[in-house]
Design a protein around this ligand. Structure first.
Ligand SMILES: *Cc1c(COP(=O)(O)O)cnc(C)c1O
Length: 494
């Protein structure tokens, strides 16, 4: 029973004289929990969390008191209650938070890649709040196959005979290799043995799948005869890997899918292509650099194409496998498919995202990835101008802030060498000594905002690319909370 306010028992009387608090000035745990404001916290959050945090708070304060570093006013009942409330709030605050991606990289793997379209978020929410027909065929009343929720759409959008989906594209490649080439050989060009961020290396994936990698050609040049010469009794598959995060330029040649497919088929072998980014539509009419589509790859003769759901496709994390019916069926039968299958959460989001492609004219508006990639430069410049005065005011006199033309990028290995003309703000320390540390402190302060702001440091300046800031108010409204005004000494001492 909480005690009425008047009878609140205060911590054993606050210290009479100023000076550091002593350990005995701290209340016992049960007494603290009966304090008016603390009792209210217990009523709101329950005993377990509040008592647990109170115990660690008291232990921390006791350590400080013993060291003689605890200010007297820190043991006042209201101060203890406030400190406890802050701890409880901090424990309940999610670790996954939204941030402002001002890096200039639209599909930033570290920042969660593609933003889901509103339709996908709405569908996700509706599907997760109730039972659904994930694996239930409403027509027959029998058990269904979760892939069937998106297979028709995927076939329509890519021209494939069949499709299946897994957790991500790394899983799609792993499963493909395990199902088609376990204990056998896969021929890949040396120029295409990619490493994708986060320890996805083609040779390692081959090994994990139990397939033997047969490298052909050289780093810069591979010819049809290289593949032909490597085909043997143990060959299971020819594989092309889209070199999505680098490009070999100069004296280079690779064998196009259209050239390689007849070679594979003449030997009764399938040709698979790992596209990575997997744009479902032609990017060129949108003013973006061309990127091979799964449809083009299948039309060129590939038997199987794998690609990601959360790169240029603009949906949730997913690995999509499209291609020949008999090959997709083999992949679906592999026991690993069950372990790598998509969960109902991204599957709901994927279905809603793919449905947006049925109205391609509206795609550049409805799909955030395409909307950001095709955002008019004038819009981006307007955002930079809107943010400029508040940021200048907050950072003067230690930093200068000025509008700047920038080159952003698509990101996530998509269209690696193509740059997106963009606009933003460049922030430079006025004091040219210790520029690096001043910028580090500024970046930390921006990351410390309620919605952390992430930019990129380049040549002694912090660059904030405004392409992905659709609502400048989100940034402007929190600029006043930037904390670095009094850090001059601290910075030079650090
Ligand atoms: C991104 C990428 C992958 C990995 O896809 P995830 O969806 O991140 O697992 C594999 N291959 C290529 C060529 C890629 O670009």
């Amino acid at each position: 029973m909480p005690l009425p306010e008047e009878s609140v028992v205060h911590g054993s009387s606050a210290p009479a004289s100023p000076g550091p608090a002593e350990p005995q000035h701290l209340p016992a745990l049960d007494r603290l929990l009966r304090e008016g404001a603390v009792a209210a916290l217990v009523r709101e959050h329950g005993h377990t969390l509040v008592a647990g945090e109170a115990r660690t708070l008291l232990a921390d304060l006791r350590t400080q008191a013993i060291a003689g570093t605890l200010p007297a006013d820190a043991v006042a009942p209201h101060a203890l209650a406030r400190a406890l409330a802050r701890r409880v709030d901090a424990r309940l605050a999610p670790r996954m938070r939204t941030v402002l991606n001002l890096t200039g990289t639209v599909l930033h793997t570290n920042l969660g890649r593609a933003l889901l379209p509103a339709a996908a978020i709405a569908h996700l929410q509706a599907m997760m709040a109730a039972p659904n027909n994930l694996e239930f065929d409403l027509a027959s009343g029998h058990r269904g196959d979760r892939d069937s929720l998106v297979e028709g759409l995927l076939c329509e959008l890519t021209g494939a005979e069949a499709a299946t989906v897994v957790n991500n594209n790394a899983a799609a490649v792993l499963l493909t290799l395990a199902a088609l080439a376990h204990g056998r050989e896969v021929i890949v060009s040396r120029g295409e043995l990619v490493e994708i961020g986060g320890a996805f290396r083609m040779p390692d994936v081959m090994q994990s799948a139990g397939a033997r990698l047969v490298e052909v050609g050289t780093t810069n040049r591979t010819h049809p005869r290289d593949y032909e010469g490597a085909i043997g009794e143990r060959t299971a598959l020819l594989m092309k890997v889209h070199t999505s995060n680098y490009r070999i330029e100069g004296f280079a040649s690779a064998v196009e899918e259209a050239r390689l497919a007849p070679i594979a088929h003449a030997h009764g072998l399938p040709l698979a292509t790992d596209l990575g980014s997997g744009a479902l539509i032609d990017m060129a009419p949108l003013g973006l650099p061309a990127e091979p589509t799964p449809r083009q790859m299948l039309a060129a003769g590939c038997d199987l194409v794998t690609f990601s759901g959360d790169k240029l496709l603009g949906g949730p994390q997913a690995g999509l496998i499209v291609g020949r019916k008999d090959i997709v069926a083999r992949i679906k039968r592999h026991p690993m498919k069950r372990a790598l299958r998509m969960s109902k959460l991204p599957l709901a989001a994927l279905e809603a995202t793919l449905r947006l492609y049925l109205r391609p004219e509206r795609l550049a508006q409805e799909l955030p990835t395409l909307r950001l990639l095709t955002r008019p430069l004038a819009d981006i410049e307007a955002v930079a101008r809107a943010v400029l005065p508040a940021l200048q005011a907050a950072l003067a006199p230690r930093f200068t802030v000025e509008p700047v033309a920038l080159q952003g990028q698509v990101g996530s290995g998509s269209l690696p060498v193509e740059r997106l003309p963009s606009s933003g703000l460049a922030i430079a320390p006025v004091e040219k000594k210790a520029t690096g540390r001043a910028l580090e402190a500024l970046c930390a302060a921006l990351r410390g905002l309620p919605v952390p702001v992430i930019g990129r440091v380049h040549e002694d300046r912090l660059l904030l690319d405004m392409r992905c800031l659709e609502d400048p108010a989100v940034f402007i409204d929190q600029i006043g909370l930037l904390r670095l005004s009094d850090k001059r000494e601290q910075l030079s001492n650090e």
